[in-house]
Design a protein around this ligand. Structure first.
Ligand code: ZN
Length: 422
């Protein structure tokens, strides 16, 4: 199949005017590059019936929905978007929790909402989340789920890295069992990983066991870290609302009053390059020194709209980027966000970081998360040999291609996923 569009935004060089992409199966054709006429001849040989290619004149190829050539007309073809941090479990909590005064209050509020939900509600919530993410042009998602036992029942609509979100704060000394049980559940999926929830809810043993499994099974890890001011005061000063709340539910607090959340994470992590770390809003100067010294770097996810909802401290984007961190965008869950649009997430990021170029922002939902998922040779670009995951959006005649992409504020009207039009 050939997909032609007025503009191909490859993320592997400048956008191509009047371009076409040849697809073989579920991949972008990687036969030796040649001129359009030779490519057309190759496709003719590969599929002698029904291939309509006016040699050398792709821009005049007519639209065919079911044929071998799809002309998208005045559209820009983009790599499918990648959401680096989401919890589809909570799609049904959109609008249920007003922005809280305190992070500990928010945990109380979401726990109260979760207590009203059945397993069936969560299944519906996850499926609705997939449909919404897809409608906004997301073709790949890193999705944390607190219900690993449900994943076998879900047929995901888009490419998914499932992360089992694990908490042992109410089950001391069961870290190993909790991790190993979740591994059994996740095995029904090809792409999965583990997500100890956060340093305040998951024990050192649980983090350690997750790293053991990651090493043995070659999987990825993700966690929440240094998200709120209350997390910083809990660990560094042994005080504050989160400290009191966690102490109140029986968490051992002997790891508090010493170091920052980041310092304790870095101190115990043996596999930094496998970690995709969400948040990093609260970092002390000593944390930046620590990050500057670390040779192996984890990946970072920022969720601009969820960040705004909680009124966290400013995300230190420039400092982290200057230190060489790979920074991605995610939506987080709809318990703290309005929708699952990464276009809206890029706009929110642009409002807080207007000096960052639109093309660099677009990398944060394509190239960067592909790298974080260890898919830098398969996802996030339109390039020979890569997965055929694309979306298309209307394309004007402006010269600000990436600015127009970020400004796009509707559901996408065309998507190809794994070589199939969806
Ligand atoms: Zn999260």
């Amino acid at each position: 199949m050939i997909v032609r569009a007025r503009l191909i935004v490859t993320m592997n060089g400048p956008p191509i005017e009047n371009g076409a992409v040849a697809i073989e199966g579920n991949r972008i054709d990687d036969s030796p590059p040649g001129s359009l006429p030779s490519r057309a001849a190759h496709l003719r040989r590969a599929a002698p019936a029904g291939v309509v290619v006016d040699v050398g004149l792709f821009n005049e190829v007519k639209a065919r929905n079911s044929g071998e050539v799809v002309d998208l007309g005045e559209q820009a073809l983009l790599p499918g978007l990648i959401n680096a941090h989401c919890h589809l479990d909570y799609t049904c909590l959109r609008g249920k929790i007003p922005p809280p005064k305190s992070f500990a209050d928010w945990i109380r509020a979401i726990n109260a909402e979760k207590a009203k939900l059945s397993r069936q509600d969560y299944l519906v919530s996850i499926n609705e989340g997939f449909a919404e993410a897809k409608s906004f042009g997301t073709t790949t998602i890193a999705n944390l789920t607190a219900f690993p036992e449900l994943v076998a029942k879900i047929h995901e609509l888009i490419r998914t890295w499932w992360f089992a979100e694990l908490i042992d704060v109410r089950e001391p000394n069961r870290a190993r069992d909790i991790v190993d049980l979740s591994v059994k559940s996740m095995k029904s999926k090809e792409t999965w990983g583990l997500a100890p929830h956060a340093s305040f809810t998951a024990s050192t043993d649980l983090y350690r066991r997750c790293e053991e499994v990651a090493r043995a099974k070659n999987i990825l890890l993700t966690t929440h870290l240094a998200e709120s001011r209350e997390e910083m005061s809990m660990f560094r000063e042994a005080s504050g609302p989160l400290y009191e709340f966690m102490k109140g539910i029986g968490r051992p607090m002997d790891d508090c009053g010493h170091e920052t959340p980041l310092a304790s994470f870095v101190g115990r992590s043996a596999l930094p390059e496998r970690w995709i770390v969400a948040h990093l809003n609260e970092l002390a100067e000593s944390d930046f020194d620590l990050l500057a010294r670390s040779a192996e770097k984890f990946h970072v996810v920022h969720s601009p709209r969820s960040h705004g909802y909680f009124a966290h401290s400013r995300f230190p984007f420039e400092r982290l980027r200057a230190l060489g961190f790979n920074i991605c965008l995610g939506t987080d869950s709809l318990a703290s966000n309005d929708d699952l649009s990464l276009f809206a997430e890029m706009r929110a990021f642009q409002r807080s970081e207007p000096a960052v170029s639109p093309s660099k922002i677009f990398e944060m939902v394509t190239v960067n998360p592909a790298h974080a998922l260890r898919q830098g040779n398969a996802l996030g670009k339109i390039r020979p040999g890569f997965c055929a995951d694309f979306v298309s959006i209307p394309c004007g005649r402006s010269t600000n291609v990436f600015g127009d992409i970020i400004a796009f504020d509707r559901p996408v009207n065309w998507m190809m996923l794994d070589g199939k039009i969806r």
